[in-house]
Design a protein around this ligand. Structure first.
Ligand code: MG
Length: 377
């Protein structure tokens, strides 16, 4: 089998309503997806996380390395892409391009062997995962506090067992929102907070101490991802588990997080940190430190399904007769591309999403949706 063509698409959708988090506002979804086509008619889809137009350029740069090569030898191709870009693109956005390609190659390989990607990765430790709703962003609404309460209640009524909310507005506002939301959703729903590194160590510690009474499952990106030691210091001073890693690239980046004892939960972004090939290595590395891995997921059904298969393959940690469920991030903010690009649609039943048992990633791209959102078609 040979790779004969690579098609890269930048998809765009203007949001009906902008929303923001501690760093910036979103008014558009802009996503880069890639289709790799083989001489046997089998094709695979991949997605990059980050600036879509730059990722597209990155894929164009790497394309000559792939044309004519056998996609089944995907790990050898991963190494070629890594080796030929290491000197100028170490731990950079170019890895989002490599990640997109890597995911597409796993999709091809799965279809070629007629196996789900998670089986090819080594097997499914679980057949279903628990999605957590990512939402509760900020807006300019005068009734933000009430809006957040209503949104949180809506997630509970949809059947979500876990919800992640944004913090990082101000310690005072954050504490108020956390208090309100915990009260609104009751004690049985898991609640996580994410500041997107809005705080200094001193501020993060103050916030952590003030929200400890509200049973928080993790505090994500409390401080800048550069400050590995500050993560470790915070971890030592709060009972709330600390999560981070969505800005890390490759196993070498995660090694910093792990060696510095920075996190309880390592959040690998499969569409940026090196694809499924590298995510599997990062998972092995984290397990040797006894650290949980829960991927960061943001984008279309392509990236979501890559994460589903990755999670299906994560070894239970620790192993026991009834191991805990592993969560998958399910972004619930406005994203028409996510909602329509891939088929079949993502379905949550009884608070779970099933791992697809069909070949490859288990999804296809709807050509009409591709056309609708593509900036070039
Ligand atoms: Mg985050």
């Amino acid at each position: 089998m040979k790779i004969i063509k690579i098609e890269t698409y930048v998809l765009s959708n203007q949001l009906a309503q902008s929303f923001f988090f501690s760093q910036w506002a979103y008014d558009e979804r802009r996503i880069c997806v890639v289709k790799i086509i083989t001489d046997e008619g089998i094709y695979g889809w991949g997605e990059g996380y980050g600036p879509a137009d730059v990722i597209k350029q990155g894929i164009a740069l790497i394309e000559p390395l792939l044309l004519g090569k056998n996609p089944i030898e995907n790990e050898a191709l991963w190494y070629e892409m890594y080796r030929k870009t290491l000197d100028f693109a170490r731990r950079s956005v170019l890895f989002a391009a490599i990640s997109a390609i890597d995911i597409a190659l796993w999709d091809i390989k799965g279809k070629a062997f007629k196996l789900p990607v998670s089986v090819l990765l080594g097997g499914q430790h679980r057949k279903k995962v628990v999605p957590y709703a990512t939402g509760l962003y900020f807006s300019d609404s005068e009734n933000l506090a009430e809006d957040l309460i209503a949104e949180a209640k809506d997630y509970v009524s949809q059947g979500f067992k876990a919800i992640k909310m944004k913090v990082g507005l101000s310690i005072k506002a954050d504490v108020e929102h956390v208090k309100n939301i915990r009260k609104a959703i009751g004690e049985d729903i898991q609640l996580m907070v994410d500041s997107n590194h809005a705080y200094s160590l001193r501020e993060a510690l103050e916030l952590a101490r003030k929200i400890e009474p509200y049973n928080i499952s993790w505090f994500e990106e409390p401080v800048s991802p550069e400050f590995y030691d500050q993560y470790a210091q915070l971890r030592n001073k709060t009972s709330i588990p600390i999560a981070g890693g969505e800005c890390e690239y490759l196993r070498y980046g995660f090694l910093q997080l792990l060696q510095n004892k920075s996190v309880d939960i390592a959040q690998v972004e499969i569409c940026a940190s090196g694809g499924l090939t590298e995510a599997k290595r990062i998972g092995s590395l984290a397990s040797s430190f006894g650290v949980e891995v829960i991927p960061h997921v943001w984008g279309t059904g392509i990236g979501f399904h890559a994460a589903l298969h990755f999670i299906a393959n994560i070894e239970p940690l620790p192993g026991r007769l009834y191991p805990p469920d592993i969560l998958i991030e399910y972004d619930r903010t406005e994203n028409a591309i996510r909602d329509t690009l891939t088929v079949p649609a993502i379905k949550m039943e009884d608070g779970y999403i099933e791992v697809p048992q069909s070949a490859g990633l288990g999804i296809d791209v709807d050509e009409l949706a591709l056309k609708e959102f593509s900036t070039t078609l």
